[in-house]
Design a protein around this ligand. Structure first.
Ligand code: NOJ
Length: 572
C-alpha cells in the first residue's frame, strides 16, 4: 500500500515525466522528414520528353536515376495539376487531373512508382488559397448570385459600394477586387485576376479540399506543401485597413482569424491519417506565429518555411552579420520545439549562387559549394532547388520580351502606367526576377542544354556549355560532385540533423562559424562568405581533428580561410 505522500509524489513524477516528454521534446524527436534532404523540381523547366519546349513528367521519369544519385530522399514537385498556366500551374483548373503540357495520370502513376522504387518520397504542392478562374467551381460561382458554388469564393455585391481596398500581389493595378458585370459584384484575388481566392470560411469548400488531399494521399504521395496557406482565413466583413497597409500587407493578410481551426481540422481529417509531411509556405509574422503552426502538441503542420533568411539578399549585396543574426535567431526560436526548413532559393527567387554567393567565373564554384555546405549543416530540413546543385546562375534578362513570368510582366506594365523609370526597374529585375530561377535545367553541352529538342518556353542560360550535368559528372572538383558528398554526409551524421546549433565568433563580418553538437559529438562548420582570405576566430584548436568535408583540396588548420572556403570538422 502506498501512503498519500508516496501517491502524490508518484503522480507528480508521472506528470513531470509526461510533460517533459511532450513539451520540448520535438526538436530531438526522430522523424523521417527531419532526416530528409528535399530536392525541389520545377517541372516546366526540368526535362522535356516530347519536344514541345516544356518540361514534363516523362522527362522527370527519364532522370530519376540522376535524382537518386544526388542522394536526396524527398522531391517537392511544383504544381502539376490542370491549369491554364496564368501563373505556371499556381492557378489550378482541376485538382484531380494532370496539366496537359506535363502528361497524363498514367505518367504520374509511373513517376511515383519510379520514385518509391528508388527510395524517394514525393511531396505535392497544394494550391488552395485560390483556384484558377477556369475551375468549374468558379465558373459556377460567377454564373449567378444564387448558385450553390457562390460561397466558394469571396464576392462583394456592387450595390453595397466598392469594398475596402485590398492589395493584389500580381494584378496590373494591384487591386485585389475585380468587378464582374455578370452578377454586378466584385470577387477577391490576392494574386492575379485569374486566381480568385477560395472562401475557407465555407465548410463545404474545406471538405472539397480535404477530399482532394485524400485523393492524392491514397495515390501514395508522401506530403503536401501548402501554397500561400497563411492567407487562407480572412475577416469576411472586409474592414478598412489603415492607410499604407499595402506596404506591409502580410501583417494584415497572414494568420487570419480561423487559420488554426482550419489546420487542426485538416490535420484531423487528412494529415493524421497518413504518413505524410506537411509544410506551409510562409510562417506568419513572428516566431510565435511560426511556432503555433508547427508545435507538435497542437497537431497542425510539421515544418515551418519562413522567408526571413532568404529575404536577407532581396536586393544586390547583403551583410553577413545580418545573415548570421537571422539564421541564429530562427534556430534559437525552434531549439526546443517545432521544426524549420532551411533554404536559400526556390522557384520564386533568383539563383542561389548569384544572390548569396559570387557567380563570377573565378568564384562561382567555391561559393556555390560554400552555400551548399551551409544549407546541409544547419538544423532544419534542407531544401535544394533544381539546378543549384550545379551552381546554375542568374540569366539576367535585359529586355522585357525575354521574361515569361506574369507577375513580372504585370509589374512592368504597372510601372509604365505610373510613368516610372522602367530602365531602373529592368535593371533591378535582371538581378532579382524569379525567371532567373526558371531557365531550363542544364543537362549537357548539346542544343538547348539537352533540355528539349524543340524551342524552350524560356531561354536557356548561355553558360550551359560549362555549367551542365555531363561536364560536372566528369569533373571531380565540380559543384555537383561536392553536393553529392555533402548529402551523404548529412544523411550519415545524426548530429547534423538533431544536434544543437551554437554560433561562434558572432561579430566576424566575413566568416560564419558554428558548432552542431549532440551526445558528446561535436561538429564545427567554418564558412568564408567573402572573395578574400579571412580569419575564423572560433577559439577552437583544429590540431589532430578530422576534416569531414571541405571545398579546397588541402584543409587549413590555422583558421585562415581562402576565398569562399568551407570546412566542416569533427571536433569530438
Ligand atoms: C507562392 C508560389 O510559390 C508562387 O510561385 C505563386 O505565384 C504564388 N504562391 C501564388 O500561388
Amino acid at each position: 500500500m502506498k501512503t498519500g505522500i508516496q501517491r502524490s509524489a508518484l503522480i507528480w513524477t508521472l506528470t513531470v515525466c509526461f510533460f517533459a516528454n511532450t513539451w520540448g521534446q520535438d526538436s530531438t524527436q526522430k522523424k523521417w522528414w527531419k532526416e530528409s534532404v528535399v530536392y525541389q523540381i520545377y517541372p516546366r523547366s526540368f526535362k522535356d520528353s516530347d519536344g514541345d519546349g516544356i518540361g514534363d513528367l516523362k522527362g522527370i521519369i527519364s532522370e530519376l536515376d540522376y535524382i537518386q544519385r544526388l542522394g536526396v530522399n524527398v522531391v517537392w514537385l511544383n504544381p502539376i495539376y490542370s491549369s491554364p498556366n496564368d501563373d505556371n500551374g499556381y492557378d489550378v483548373s482541376d485538382y484531380r487531373n494532370i496539366m496537359k503540357d506535363f502528361g497524363t495520370m498514367a505518367d504520374f502513376d509511373s513517376l511515383i512508382k519510379g520514385m518509391h522504387a528508388r527510395g524517394i518520397k514525393l511531396v505535392m504542392d497544394l494550391v488552395v488559397n485560390h483556384s484558377s478562374d477556369e475551375h468549374e467551381w468558379f465558373k459556377q460561382s460567377r454564373s449567378s448570385r444564387t448558385n450553390p458554388y457562390r460561397n466558394y469564393y469571396h464576392w462583394w455585391n456592387a450595390e453595397r459600394g466598392k469594398p475596402a481596398p485590398r492589395y493584389s500581389l500580381f494584378d496590373v493595378n494591384h487591386d485585389a477586387w475585380r468587378y464582374d458585370s455578370l452578377t454586378n459584384a466584385y470577387y477577391l484575388h490576392y494574386f492575379s485576376r485569374k486566381q480568385p481566392d477560395l472562401n475557407w470560411e465555407n465548410p463545404r469548400l474545406r471538405q472539397e479540399v480535404y477530399d482532394i488531399m485524400k485523393f492524392w494521399a491514397d495515390k501514395g504521395i508522401d506530403g503536401f506543401r501548402l501554397d500561400a496557406f497563411q492567407y487562407v482565413s480572412k475577416d469576411t466583413t472586409f474592414p478598412q485597413f489603415p492607410v499604407g497597409y499595402e506596404n506591409k500587407f502580410w501583417l494584415y493578410y497572414a494568420m487570419g482569424p480561423h487559420l488554426h481551426d482550419y489546420l487542426k481540422e485538416m490535420n484531423r481529417e487528412v494529415l493524421s491519417k497518413y504518413d505524410v509531411m506537411s509544410v506551409a509556405e510562409g510562417a506568419g509574422n513572428s516566431f510565435d506565429d511560426a511556432h503555433a503552426l508547427v508545435d507538435a502538441d497542437r497537431k497542425e503542420l510539421n515544418m515551418a518555411y519562413a522567408f526571413d533568411g532568404v529575404d536577407v539578399a532581396k536586393k544586390e549585396g547583403y551583410s553577413l552579420l545580418h545573415f548570421k543574426e537571422v539564421f541564429s535567431r530562427w534556430d534559437s526560436a525552434f531549439a526546443q520545439n517545432g521544426w524549420l526548413s532551411i533554404f536559400l532559393s526556390n522557384h520564386d527567387q533568383a539563383r542561389l549562387v548569384s544572390r548569396f554567393g559570387n557567380d563570377s567565373p573565378a568564384f562561382r564554384n567555391p561559393s556555390a559549394k560554400m552555400l551548399a555546405t551551409f544549407i546541409m549543416t544547419m538544423r532544419g530540413t534542407p531544401y535544394y532547388y533544381n539546378g543549384d546543385e550545379l551552381g546554375m546562375t542568374n540569366i539576367g534578362f535585359k529586355k522585357i520580351e525575354e521574361y515569361r513570368d506574369m507577375s513580372m510582366l504585370n509589374e512592368y506594365q504597372h510601372q509604365k502606367d505610373l510613368h516610372a523609370d522602367t530602365i531602373a526597374f529592368l535593371k533591378e529585375k535582371s538581378f532579382d526576377s524569379r525567371d532567373n530561377g526558371r531557365t531550363p535545367f542544364q543537362w549537357n553541352k548539346e542544343r538547348n542544354a539537352g533540355f528539349t529538342t524543340g524551342t524552350p518556353w524560356i531561354e536557356v542560360n548561355p553558360n550551359f556549355k560549362t555549367i551542365n550535368v555531363e561536364t560536372e559528372e566528369a569533373d571531380p572538383n565540380s559543384v555537383l560532385i561536392y553536393f553529392r558528398k555533402l548529402v551523404l554526409l548529412r544523411k550519415s551524421e545524426p548530429t547534423l540533423v538533431y544536434g544543437k546549433y551554437e554560433l561562434l565568433d558572432k561579430e566576424n563580418p566575413d566568416v560564419y562559424s558554428y558548432t552542431r553538437s549532440e551526445k558528446g559529438h561535436q561538429i564545427l562548420v567554418m564558412l568564408n562568405f567573402t572573395s578574400h582570405e579571412a580569419m575564423a576566430r572560433t577559439g577552437l584548436d583544429l590540431t589532430g581533428k578530422k576534416l569531414l568535408i571541405g571545398n579546397y583540396a588541402t584543409p587549413s588548420r590555422s583558421g585562415r580561410l581562402r576565398p569562399y572556403e568551407a570546412a566542416v570538422w569533427e571536433m569530438q
